[in-house]
Design a protein. Structure first.
Length: 257
């Protein structure tokens, strides 16, 4: 597995915010936490490939939003936030050797954080960042490869994966206030604790899950369900409306056909 990451920008405190109040971000602490996150990825077998730092782009650590990578191809997104569009250039360069590239075109807008992929099933969050036009483009690109694409409404949070993520082959972690569990028929659902609404974002790699230590009640619930957790401190990324999926692009190293 390859994990593309990018160093924290020194201007991260100027990040885009939609649902959270702006708080001071400790850049030195954020940088250390990001290094610990990369160590967690390595422990789970990922080869870290760092994109160059983008010191003038506050949100650039959130590389997941730039692309969605499948075995057959990669889709380069089209962020609705103008300040984030320059982040795409280096990700395009880094993915080109690994996959045929396809691009979301206007009027479609898409952030990778709105795309949940489980096998051949794909859910695209219709949020403030991603729209129906983009979902239709993704469907057109992936249907020939046997994928099923479903667009789902998201409310109250930034991205679909702020509201739901995979924690086991057959199990999802979900905040029912932000996305309707009925969209995920056939999956077991673990609900986040009401006092931890942002706790639904988890990164499953193999049989393990990278998860924020910042949401201890939900972490304990997941552990009680037999889910193997690798806990990381995400306090500064959380202030930037991010999570554990946002800070890496993880994919198989084999080149698509």
């Amino acid at each position: 597995m390859i994990a593309i990451t990018r160093p924290v920008s020194p201007k991260m405190a100027d990040c885009q915010l939609t649902y959270q109040e702006r708080q001071p971000i400790d850049i030195a602490l954020a940088t250390q936490q990001h290094s610990d996150y990369e160590d967690a990825l390595k422990r789970l077998g990922c080869q870290i490939v760092q994109a160059p730092m983008e010191p003038e782009l506050p949100d650039s650590v959130f590389v997941e939003d730039c692309a969605v990578v499948f075995d057959e191809l990669a889709i380069i997104t089209n962020p609705s936030a103008a300040s984030r569009k320059p982040e795409l250039d280096t990700i395009v360069e880094m993915l080109h050797p690994h996959r045929p590239l396809h691009f979301i075109l206007p009027p479609g807008t898409l952030d990778g954080g709105d795309v949940l992929v489980i096998g051949k099933q794909i859910w695209i969050g219709l949020s403030g960042r991603s729209n129906q036009a983009a979902a239709e483009q993704v469907e057109a690109l992936l249907q020939p490869h046997g994928y099923q694409v479903q667009a789902v409404e998201v409310k109250g949070c930034l991205h679909l994966k702020s509201a739901v993520s995979q924690v086991k082959t057959d199990t999802l972690l979900l905040n029912p206030a932000w996305v309707d569990a009925a969209h995920f028929e056939g999956f077991k659902i673990i609900e986040t604790f009401p006092d931890e609404p942002h706790a639904a974002n988890a990164l499953m790699i193999g049989e393990s899950v990278i998860y924020p230590v910042d949401y201890l009640l939900t972490a304990m619930l997941l552990a009680d369900k037999g889910i193997e957790l690798l806990l990381v401190d995400c306090s500064e990324v959380i202030k930037a409306e991010g999570g554990v999926t946002c800070c890496s692009l993880v994919f198989s190293g084999k080149r698509g056909s």
